[in-house]
Design a protein around this ligand. Structure first.
Ligand code: ADE
Length: 225
């Protein structure tokens, strides 16, 4: 899978994608993440990516031309499954959406900024608008990082133990069961006995019960209750 991220702040994302599992996914050839600085697609001497809004509103608006130049340059090289725009008024991001996007070959993510982008970009270039939650960030970069992370980590082979991605909270609409490591007794705080029993079937049953109990208590909405 290839993800092209268009941003005015590539430096904000460089460190993130050069770390840990995101870096490993790229080294293993399972994902390619390319950051594109929108200013590189301007043709004026000030490299302007924003301008004043028509109508006298406050704030700045991202201009069409650099975004069109960048998207067209990418589309000239390959076909894209989706051109995503990160915005608080988009569709709420979720695990099912991440699962679907992880099947794509090529994705563009355009990070929103300033007050917004010229609406014509949304009408003519964007195929999917995604919000990562009902709050407003200073820009779409963190949202792009969240989306790319959730999508890349479930590509087969990215996480060494594939099982662990499948047993995530939300993969089956249930919160995950608690996990423990050594020591089995820390200052009198004991790991549940069943986990030390070696009885695989009983452990699985315990895990499911814990998942159901935690989901019912913390996220009853996931069970439709
Ligand atoms: N840009 C600013 N806030 C955002 C949000 N909540 N989701 C996606 N993009 C954003």
């Amino acid at each position: 899978m290839r993800i092209d991220i268009i941003t005015v702040l590539p430096e904000m994302l460089e460190g993130f994608f050069n770390c840990s599992i995101m870096q490993r996914a790229q080294t293993k050839g399972l994902a390619e993440i390319h950051l594109h600085n929108l200013r590189d697609y301007t043709h004026d001497k000030h490299r302007r990516v924003d301008d004043y809004p028509f109508g006298g509103f406050a704030g700045m608006v991202m201009k069409i031309e650099p975004i069109e130049n960048c998207i067209n340059a990418l589309k000239a090289e390959r076909e894209y499954d989706e051109v995503i725009f990160t915005t608080p008024d988009g569709e709420q991001f979720s695990q099912p959406m991440a699962n679907t996007l992880s099947l794509a070959r090529n994705l563009i993510i355009l990070c929103g900024h300033f007050k917004g982008i010229d609406y014509r970009i949304r009408e003519h270039f964007i195929t999917k608008e995604i919000s990562i939650g009902d709050y407003v960030l200073t820009g779409g970069e963190l949202a792009a990082a969240v989306i790319a992370d959730a999508v890349v980590r479930i590509i087969p082979g990215v996480i060494s133990d594939e099982q662990s991605a499948l047993s995530d909270s939300f993969q089956d609409n249930l919160l995950a069961a608690p996990v423990y490591t050594r020591p089995a007794d820390y200052k009198g705080w004991k790991v549940p006995e069943i986990l030390l029993s070696g009885h695989e079937a009983k452990i699985k049953e315990w895990e499911l019960q814990q998942s159901l109990e935690r989901t019912r208590r913390l996220r009853p909405d996931l069970l439709g209750e």
